[in-house]
Write a protein that binds this ligand. Structure first.
Ligand SMILES: CSCC[C@@H](NC(=O)CCC(=O)O)C(=O)O
Ligand SMILES: [Mg+2]
Length: 368
């Protein structure tokens, strides 16, 4: 199919509550949406970069700039286009995986809608719903944390993930275990906040039977994670370090991780995310679907991805209401701790025009 043009939208959505991680606190989500227009119809993509380069080197202004000036023009010039051609066509541009992922997602959505085929069918889904975990930010106090965790368990979430950082790690985990027991599936995410020298501290998490500790060290310290894995019992899961299927294979071979958090935006798209899934499955490594506070668009695609066979751990595929009072699509609502896998063509969801316009701060058209 031919790409007629692409609309870029900057969107700003308030969060229901501030979300604090080891790299900062967010009270709203600024993000970039991509609408790919073809003669056969249109498709939507969501860029998961943040307002500032705090999670990774990407951020919204840079994603918009590289899309507008390099990535979209390359696809406009390509003539006949399919989603599977996007990565090879954009390979000459280094990095910018989240920007590339958003563009590929929009082209894939347009193509699948035109063929009346769902993301789930295309990716290789084997389930019609996925078990959902929830990510809990760093709180002002332990009592506040326990209230929030209790609320999510009452809502039916099947797994709790606690954000940690030096000074907020062992004690919150101990208190959650004491209040809610040993049967709750519990894990922690450090977002690179520790160093190998913290191994003795991190080993104090071992008695709490955590599913995993996510990205304790900085993203480039793969060998450090391999060494840490020898010093603590809690399984190590990598997030920020895994930027491609090749990076996953290397990290697994080096013993740097026993579990992988897959985020399509971080690895350059849903097609590469499936390759990461396949590489991990080949090594017997469990994966789960991470989250980047997506709108219902990215959430729909993530739930489809999370229904592949190797996704054996609950992901951060929470309901729309975890972060947003009003989503820009029909909201994803938890049902007995699960979300249904969208079955409609493409993403299976589309933005609700009035709601999207309410949160749109800028629009730009690139194309004919
Ligand atoms: C937008 S930054 C959030 C990154 C963080 N994501 C979450 O904690 C899950 C957020 C979600 O549920 O969408 C992670 O490192 O895993
Ligand atoms: Mg993480």
């Amino acid at each position: 199919m031919k790409l007629s043009g692409v609309e870029l939208r900057r969107v700003r959505m308030p969060l229901v509550a501030p979300f604090r991680t080891s790299f900062g606190t967010q009270a709203e989500r600024e993000l970039l949406l991509v609408r790919a227009v073809t003669p056969a119809g249109e498709g939507w993509g969501e860029c998961v970069a943040m307002e500032a380069p705090l999670y990774s080197s990407e951020y919204n202004d840079a994603a918009e700039h590289v899309l507008r000036n390099h990535l979209i023009p390359a696809l406009l010039a390509a003539g006949d286009l399919t989603a599977y051609k996007v990565t090879p066509l954009l390979a000459k541009f280094k990095g910018h995986r989240m920007a590339k992922a958003a563009l590929e997602m929009a082209v894939l959505d347009a193509e699948l809608r035109a063929h009346d085929r769902s993301f789930a069918a295309e990716l290789g889904s084997t389930r019609d719903s996925v078990a959902c975990g929830v990510s809990v930010g760093i709180m002002d106090s332990i009592p506040q944390l326990l209230d929030v965790v209790g609320g999510y368990l009452d809502e039916g979430y099947v797994r709790i993930k606690l954000k940690i950082e030096p000074g907020w790690d062992v004690e919150p985990v101990r208190q959650v275990r004491e209040r809610f027991g040993d049967d709750v599936l519990l894990q922690v995410d450090a977002n690179t906040a520790y160093t190998l020298g913290d191994a003795p501290l991190l080993s104090r998490l071992d008695p709490f039977d955590l599913l995993l500790i996510e990205q304790p060290l900085e993203e480039e310290d793969v060998l450090g994670h391999a060494e840490l894995a020898k010093r603590i019992r809690t399984p190590i899961c990598l997030d920020e370090s895994i930027v491609s299927a090749r990076a996953a294979a290397d990290a697994i071979k080096l013993g740097a991780c026993q579990i992988v958090n897959i985020k399509p935006g971080r690895v350059g798209g849903y097609l590469e995310a499936r390759r990461v899934h396949d590489v991990c499955a080949a090594h017997g490594v469990a994966v789960w679907c991470g989250g980047m506070i997506e709108t219902g668009l990215g959430r729909a695609a993530n739930v489809a991805l999370a229904s592949l066979p190797g996704f054996t751990l609950p992901g951060d595929t929470s309901a729309s209401g975890r972060f947003y009072r009003t989503d820009i699509t029909e909201p994803f609502v938890l049902d007995a701790g699960h979300l249904p896998v969208p079955t409609g063509p493409g993403l299976g969801v589309t933005p609700i025009p009035d709601l999207l316009d309410e949160v749109t701060t800028e629009k730009a058209w690139i194309g004919s």
